[in-house]
Design a protein around this ligand. Structure first.
Ligand code: ZN
Ligand code: ZN
Length: 345
């Protein structure tokens, strides 16, 4: 099969031909129909992820068709159209037994713990636990954009932030995760404020449901949010993963507000300074959010089917597999609006 592979961190990945994968007894092999290019892939390529063994094929935001089925798989057959959370549970640890596969103790992540979906085929383990059937009529490109950023935002807003109608929600960073969070929080009935450095992304944030947009260049972003909200946001997300957006997110909250850290903080940003006096004095909750387990996809897909959520609006450029190396290496420049998805193989 064709695959995008890198042999050394930070050196240009190449389009190469490698052997086709075969499924485990409990796994499947998917023929990839669409796969998103994500900043997490960039982190992996930079060498920020200790799970990656070289040589490596990135890619974790995927949708496709079941092409081969292991002998112990019960629920899936060749030709089924599916997607998969980027964190796949093992099915046998305490967290998986509790239904919290997104923090599985032995989790597998295509594109990190094994070769991913910047390829014609990708193996997925524990298929009965981890695969999600696509609803009728959903395109592969839209489905690919759900698995990482949109699902992550759904869990961050609904399951971790527990956003309710009428609350103020601030979203710091309006890239793929942030715009998804704006759309989901607005659909949940919240008043959403988007913050970004890029005016184009702020326009899109307002189009998909933000009631206010703030230029991140502003000297006092938290002050501006506390003013608009008359006291601070109830829930605030750092959707980027940077010390500045994290700090702004904590400082823009009202007493007893919730900060949800969604953007990864790796490399030089792995141990940021946290404004602890506010956390203690105002009983702020600090929450992490990391992916979403397969069994929660139903709630999100129902909101897509009913028209309350429209992830297709967040798909940006569609590119081919041979354009993937350049797109991956450019992921840190934040230029793209919406998710770049590989749809030609
Ligand atoms: Zn991703
Ligand atoms: Zn597990």
């Amino acid at each position: 099969m064709k695959a995008v592979l890198f042999e050394t961190f930070q050196e240009a990945p190449k389009l190469v031909t490698v052997p086709d994968p075969v499924p485990d007894a409990h796994g499947v092999v998917l023929k990839v129909a669409a796969t998103g290019v994500c900043r997490s892939d960039w982190h992996g390529w930079m060498g920020h992820d200790s799970d990656i063994e070289l040589p490596h094929v990135p890619g974790h935001e995927l949708a496709g068709e079941v092409a081969a089925v292991g002998k112990d798989v019960r629920n899936w057959k060749i030709g089924d159209k599916v997607t998969v959370p980027f964190i796949c549970g093992c099915g046998s640890c305490s967290e998986c037994h509790a239904g919290q596969q997104q923090v599985c103790l032995h989790q597998e992540q295509p594109g990190f713990t094994h070769w991913g979906s910047f390829a014609e085929y990708v193996p997925i383990h524990q298929a009965d636990l981890n695969l999600v059937a696509l609803p009728e009529g959903m395109g592969f490109d839209t489905a690919a954009s759900l698995g990482c950023r949109f699902a992550t935002s759904f869990r961050a807003v609904i399951d971790q932030g527990k956003v309710r109608a009428g609350q103020w929600v601030a979203v710091h960073g309006c890239g793929g995760v942030g715009l998804s969070a704006v759309m989901i929080a607005a659909a949940a009935g919240a008043n959403v404020i988007g913050v970004d450095l890029d005016p184009v992304k702020l326009v899109l944030a307002k189009e998909i449901g933000a009631v206010a947009a703030i230029d991140g260049h502003k000297a006092d972003v938290p002050g501006a949010i506390r003013e608009i909200t008359r006291g601070g946001a109830h829930v605030s997300l750092d959707a980027l993963g940077h010390p500045v957006t994290m700090t702004n997110s904590i400082l823009c909250l009202r007493p007893r507000g919730k900060h949800v850290q969604v953007g990864l903080m790796l490399g030089e940003h792995a141990a940021p300074q946290v404004p602890m006096p506010k956390i203690v004095g105002q009983e702020i909750e600090l929450l992490g959010s990391h992916g979403m387990q397969a069994h929660r996809y139903g709630a999100m897909l129902d909101m897509v089917a009913s028209g309350k959520l429209d992830p297709a609006r967040l798909v940006g450029e569609r590119i081919s597999l041979d354009e993937a190396p350049a797109a991956l290496m450019a992921m840190d420049s934040f230029r793209s609006v919406g998710a770049t998805v590989i749809t030609r193989f």
